[in-house]
Design a protein. Structure first.
Length: 192
């Protein structure tokens, strides 16, 4: 009988330990920004930020997550989509990327990881890293870029464009594959 009397006490200790272990596994970890170990001042999910010019939207950024770092005037975001608008407020292109940073003062943005811009005409640009310069309303990168337009493919290293991909320029190692009217392909490599 003594064995049975100790059973409730052992059961209570085991349940208490299980509750403590279960509680530890459910703690939410807060990741540090970069390698500095700095924690954000504020974190939000489903973040939205709009830049306007006299009430007309220039761009709207949507992010699944955003952390604000006031000391650096920086917002770090993940799961990004940016809609760009023309001077009449009509959406004309969209940027998506895995993550990015926004300078809170200049509103310049850096996008990193599977960066894609697609305009309403179907032109699509892809790279791994780019910067959006808000004051100039330009995107720039020193990385490899691929642009697809109406079956034509242009690639190169270094790129500058408006966010609508209407006027763009490659810097070096440009390669063009162009479809002819008869359906054939022409390929040209330009080395700079």
């Amino acid at each position: 009988m003594r064995r049975h009397a100790a059973f409730p006490m052992i059961l209570a200790v085991v349940l208490a330990l299980a509750a403590l272990a279960g509680g530890c596994s459910q703690k939410r970890s807060i990741g540090a920004a970069g390698t500095s170990g700095e924690l954000p001042d504020q974190e939000v999910s489903d973040f939205v930020l709009t830049e306007t010019d006299q009430g007309t939207p220039q761009w709207t950024l949507y992010a699944q997550y955003a952390g604000t770092y006031s000391a650096r005037n920086t917002i770090v975001a993940r799961g990004i989509r940016v809609d760009f608008f023309d001077d009449k407020g009509t959406k004309n292109s969209t940027l998506t990327s895995r993550e990015g940073e926004i300078n809170q003062l200049s509103r310049d943005m850096t996008a990193t990881g599977n960066v894609v811009i697609q305009n309403v005409d179907g032109t699509r640009m892809s790279t791994e890293h780019l910067k959006f310069l808000n004051s100039k309303q330009h995107i720039v990168t020193d990385d490899f870029v691929r642009v697809e337009r109406s079956g034509d493919v242009l690639t190169g290293v270094g790129f500058e464009s408006d966010p609508q991909l209407r006027h763009f320029e490659f810097r070096t190692r440009v390669n063009a594959t162009v479809r002819t009217q008869s359906g054939g392909l022409l390929e040209e490599k330009v080395k700079k």
